[in-house]
Every structure is written in structure tokens, then in C-alpha cells.
Design a protein around this ligand. Structure first.
Ligand SMILES: Nc1ncnc2c1ncn2[C@@H]1O[C@H](COP(=O)(O)OP(=O)(O)O)[C@@H](O)[C@H]1O
Ligand SMILES: [Mg+2]
Length: 527
């Protein structure tokens, strides 16, 4: 309180000037509430010159509801019973408008240190709002919101005036780096974005609003899709700027693509099941005619034996005839053997498609699964004839519980990638090794293909990431891809806590290693 005593004593010089330019209202009253001095702010509020206000009662400016309280406080102050803290007291201006204020009191002393009056300072609420608790609370909410807030100035509508912490965190800039800059400075610069920015400007100009998705560019170069809506801030009928509210769309995008890949996988799975059923039908229908061919071949074979004996009996041994008949017999033997081979292939096909369709977990020997897959892959002429294969599979692997198709699909996806990678390599060698060691089954698939360049190594498991052309764009025998192979492997083997790693380099070939922990997969989840 000494602060204002000082000011008062030096009244008429610096203090008076200061008081006149102050934002607060200052009034000096005597013991009878009469005004002895005031600042310009108070004159303006009462719409009267200072001289006319002198001698009138301050109570005329105090709001009805606060008059009694005000008088009591002043009286107590005069008796040196000061009241501390914030005292609310509303003023009323000459147009009967209410001004919410808090007041502070300083006693005026005479030469004998008697209190002869009061120096009253009224501070308007609205002026103080900027450093008030309300503002602090508002700012901390604003900064902790996960949505991205930007306030743009009025000049060009999109020069940045304020940003909240979430936006700074996402983009990696400091507040200073963003202040006063144009929103376009933080967007990715490409054709689509140019169109977007044009739309944004147009829409802001004509409607004062914009809603759309834009690509921001973070300081580290990352492109971040943000759903942005900007709308004008109107205060007392005047546009004072605009407010942009953005939402980071990365998570949603990721979920969307995950859903899409999941849907595609489901589609593929149902197609696979359909195909499997068709295959079983075909195989079943083929077995009848094949049995027919086989038994006629055998019948002809045994008839020829008899025929040969009869001929010898009747006409004696004839070397030439006997050799001819033996040749024909060999021909029927060949038919018989080929039909046996065909039947075996069909039987394999049927059992594989039956295994493939199994929807419940069962005890699996992964060596059996792998051998079945490899046998099936022999239908691929490139794999069968052009790739040199070294296969070393430990037959007595520990049994684990799982879905047959989870493993068969994973194995085949990785083998196919290796085969694809060797498409135009001079050396085409594939090693497939399986063994059990220290608690895990290891599956190693190694190719001498073109390898995986370092800069894409962390992307190959992403859904839809592929370096191969689409099926319809592939030329001739060129391998095609969807980018879903490794994504499937990862999600199919995740429930088994399998670790998938790879080692590769351009020109070095690639080795994928799957390690499947045995203990974790030995409890049958279905029981
Ligand atoms: N053995 C490998 N050798 C070289 N590149 C590979 C190998 N395996 C995977 N890749 C790379 O990973 C990408 C993604 O593989 P994948 O998810 O199976 O999809 P797709 O085979 O349909 O392209 C491939 O396009 C390829 O660039
Ligand atoms: Mg693939």
C-alpha cells in the first residue's frame, strides 16, 4: 500500500501523468466520500470534466447493489481496519453501463499522520483477463488438447498468430519458427497440395470457412495428413482472425489400410477355400477314370504275357516278335506307373487342400507342413526346373499346436519371395533348412536373389508395400505382387510369438529366419 502513498505525495508531476494514461480508474475521496481528485479514465466514464466532478459523491458512480458494502469498507479503512484481498465493486458509467471492477485502497495522510481520505484504484475485469487465472486455465487446456489449434491473423487470414503445443509437437517446430509464417509454408509442396491450397484460399475468401484434408510437412520431412477446418473468428460483428482446428489422421489411415489388408486376406482365404473344394471335386472325379486307365493297362499287360506264351507255343520262339511284344508291354507298364504318379499327386493335392481348410488348431509337425508345401511348389516350373534346391529338414521336430494354414501360407509366402527375387539372377540357389535348437524351431529360407536394399528394409512388412508390378502390368513371366505377403506372414505368426528376421544386402541374396518358440505353443488352446 505504500506504493500509492508515494505516488500521491508526488502528485502533480510524474505521478499524475502516469495516473492519467493508466488503464485503471483512480479516484481520491475525503472522509465524506466526496471526490477531491480523479484520473482521466474516471472523467471519461462519467462523461464530465474533472472540475465538475470535484465535490460530488463517489457513491453516484457505485452500482446500487454495492453501495452499502462500499461505504462499510471505506469507513473501516478510515478506522485503519484494512480489508485485505480482492474487493469486488461494480461501477456504473454515465450511460448506465455496468463496469465490473476490483478495487484497492490507499489512505491519504495529513502532516500528523491522520487519515484524511482514501485513494481508490478500480481495475476493470476485462482488462485484467489476459493475466487472470481464467486465461491460464484456458491456455493450459488449449495446449493440452490433442487436436491441433492454430489462430490466424486477419491480414491475409492465414498468417499464423498462435499455435498450440500439440501442433508444435507433431510438426517438430518451435513456436517462434511458426509465428507470423504463412500456413502454406508448412504444407507439403506437390501438385495435389497446390490444388488443396487453392481450394483453401478460395473457400476462405468466399465463405470464411474451409474443411478438407491437407498434408503437412514436419520439420524432419515426414508427411502428415491432417483434417483441417478453418473458420472465421467474429467478435462484436468484426472478423478478428480465424481459427484452424486440425486432426492428425495418421492413426486412422493406418487402421484403414490394416482393415483393407485384412479384408483382402479374408477374400483370399475364402477364395482359397473355394478353390480347395473345387480341387477336391476335380480330384475325386479324376480318380474313377484313372482307376479305369490303370486297370486296363494292367489287364492289357497280363493279356500280352499270355499272348506271348501262346504265340511261342504255337509257332516256336521268335526273337523279333517276342521283343516287339515286350516293348508294347513296357508301354503299358509306363502307363501304369504314370497313373500311379498322377494318383499320388492328386492324393497329395487332396490332403493339402483338406489340411489347408482346417479351421481349428491341431497338433502339427512343421516338417510335414514344409514338405507338403515344397511338394506342391513343384507344380511351379521355374521352381522345379530352374532353381537349385538344398533342402535339409529335421524330420522329428517337436509337435506344436496351431493352424495348418498359418504355417503353410507363411512358408510359401517367404519361399515365393525368394523365388521371385531370383527371377533374373545368374545363380538361382535356394536353401531350406529346418531344425530344433534351444527351445525353438528354426526355419531358414535363403536365396541368391537380388537382395533387399537398405532403404526399404524397414518397409517390406508394411501392407501393400511392394517393388513388383501388379498382376496385370507384369510382362511375360515377370513376378508380380500385392505387397501383402510379408504382412500376412507377420500377422499369421504373431499369435505363436514367432520371431521373423532377415539378413540381406543388394546382390548378396536374402535369408529369412523364423524362430517359433516351442513351449509357448505346446498347449492345445482348443482344449
Ligand atoms: N527374398 C527377398 N528378396 C528380395 N526382396 C524381397 C524378398 N522378400 C521380400 N522382398 C521385398 O519385399 C517386398 C514385399 O514383399 P511381400 O510383402 O511378400 O509383397 P510382394 O511379394 O507382393 O511384393 C517385395 O516387393 C520385395 O521388394
Ligand atoms: Mg510376396
Amino acid at each position: 500500500m505504500t506504493e500509492f502513498k508515494e505516488l500521491y505525495v508526488r502528485k502533480g508531476s510524474v505521478a499524475q501523468d502516469y495516473i492519467d494514461i493508466a488503464q485503471d480508474i483512480y479516484v481520491e475521496i475525503n472522509n465524506y466520500f466526496k471526490i477531491i481528485d480523479c484520473n482521466l479514465k474516471f472523467c471519461r466514464m462519467m462523461n464530465k470534466p474533472r472540475t465538475e466532478l470535484f465535490g460530488t459523491s463517489i457513491l453516484d458512480a457505485i452500482h446500487e447493489k454495492d453501495k452499502i458494502k462500499f461505504q462499510n469498507i471505506i469507513r473501516n479503512a478510515l478506522l485503519k481496519k484494512f480489508k485485505d484481498g480482492i474487493i469486488r465493486s461494480d461501477l456504473v458509467d454515465y450511460k448506465s453501463r455496468i463496469i465490473a471492477t476490483t478495487m484497492k485502497l490507499n489512505p491519504i495522510l495529513d502532516d500528523n499522520n491522520n487519515i484524511v481520505g482514501m485513494f481508490v484504484k478500480f481495475s476493470s475485469f476485462r482488462l485484467r483477463v489476459e493475466d487472470s487465472a481464467v486465461n491460464t486455465i484456458f491456455m493450459s487446456i488449449y495446449n493440452s488438447l490433442t487436436d491441433l489449434y492454430t489462430i490466424y491473423g486477419t491480414d491475409t487470414k492465414i498468417r499464423i498468430n498462435h499455435v498450440n503445443t500439440s501442433l508444435l509437437n507433431i510438426l517438430g517446430y518451435t513456436r517462434d519458427e511458426m509465428m507470423g509464417r504463412h500456413v502454406a509454408d508448412f504444407l507439403v509442396k506437390n501438385k495435389d497440395q497446390e490444388e488443396n491450397i487453392k481450394k483453401l484460399f478460395k473457400s476462405l475468401e468466399s465463405t470464411g470457412n474451409f474443411t478438407g484434408e491437407v498434408l503437412y510437412q514436419a520439420k524432419n520431412g515426414e508427411e502428415i495428413p491432417i483434417h483441417l477446418s478453418i473458420s472465421s473468428l467474429v467478435h462484436n460483428g468484426k472478423v478478428i482472425g480465424s481459427l484452424g482446428i486440425g486432426r492428425d489422421m495418421r492413426e486412422q489411415k493406418r487402421l484403414e489400410s490394416e482393415n483393407k489388408s485384412f479384408e483382402l486376406k479374408l477374400q483370399n482365404q475364402s477364395k482359397l477355400a473355394e478353390f480347395g473344394m473345387m480341387l477336391q471335386g476335380v480330384a475325386h472325379n479324376m480318380s474313377t477314370p484313372l482307376t479305369g486307365i490303370k486297370s486296363s493297362a494292367q489287364l492289357q499287360h497280363s493279356r500280352l504275357i499270355k499272348f506271348k506264351d501262346k504265340l511261342a507255343e504255337k509257332y516256336g520262339e521268335d526273337r523279333e516278335i517276342s521283343d516287339n511284344i515286350t516293348d508294347i508291354m513296357k508301354f503299358f507298364e509306363l502307363i501304369d506307373q504314370s497313373v500311379s504318379k498322377l494318383s499320388k499327386i492328386i492324393k497329395n493335392m487332396m490332403s493339402k487342400s483338406r489340411d489347408q481348410q482346417s479351421l481349428s488348431k491341431e497338433a502339427l509337425n512343421l516338417a510335414y507342413v514344409m514338405n507338403q508345401e515344397i511338394e506342391f511348389l513343384y507344380a511351379n516350373q521355374f521352381f522345379k526346373n530352374r532353381v537349385e534346391k538344398n533342402i535339409s529338414i529335421q524330420p522329428d521336430l517337436p509337435v506344436i499346436y496351431g493352424l495348418y494354414s498359418d504355417f503353410s501360407q507363411s512358408f510359401v509366402n517367404i519361399i515365393k519371395n525368394g523365388v521371385d527375387a531370383m527371377w533374373d539372377s545368374p545363380v538361382k540357389k535356394m536353401d531350406i533348412v529346418m531344425y530344433y535348437e534351444s527351445g525353438a524351431i528354426f526355419v531358414k529360407i535363403k536365396d541368391t536373389g537380388k537382395g533387399i536394399p537398405h532403404d526399404i528394409a524397414d518397409k517390406i512388412f508394411d501392407p501393400f508395400f511392394t517393388t513388383k508390378p501388379k498382376f496385370k502390368d507384369a510382362k511375360g513371366e515377370e513376378p508380380n505382387g500385392t505387397g501383402l505377403g510379408l504382412d500376412s506372414v507377420r500377422s499369421l505368426l504373431k499369435p505363436y510369438r514367432a520371431k521373423i528376421t532377415f539378413e540381406s544386402g543388394p546382390g548378396k541374396g536374402t535369408e529369412f529366419i523364423i524362430a517359433i518358440p516351442v513351449k509357448e505353443n505346446q498347449t492345445d488352446l482348443n482344449n
